[in-house]
Write a protein that binds this ligand. Sequence first.
Ligand code: FES
Length: 124
Amino acid sequence: MGIPQPAFYIFKCEQSSPPGMPKPSCVTPQTQDLFQHLATKLMQEGVMGTVQPIRTSCMNRCSSGPVMLVEPGHTMYVGLTKDKIDRIVAEHIIGGKVVDEFVIDAEEWDEAISPADMRKQMGK
Ligand code: FES
């Protein structure tokens, strides 16, 4: 038997804006410990390893931040807090049920365009 692949990857946006920059960002002084909170929660629950938290840069949903993406499933969670992360780990990651109330609005997260279709739109 081989080394098991992770059941989930959780991509947590860790982008912060320089001071004075008007653009919103996912990491501010108030939200800078959310990644550590997520990692600690996964360890406490005994699922670290089969759930892999990943620090990412901007995922282009800054105005809904802090955000994180759960794969598989393309589930984008927005407006994160420590309490929300705890519920996402308990209900989605362990319980298997997406926490709909924390998911991004469908209008902000419509169906993906396949790379082949994107190329056609670009005239390639
Ligand atoms: S800064 Fe997090 S999505 Fe852009």
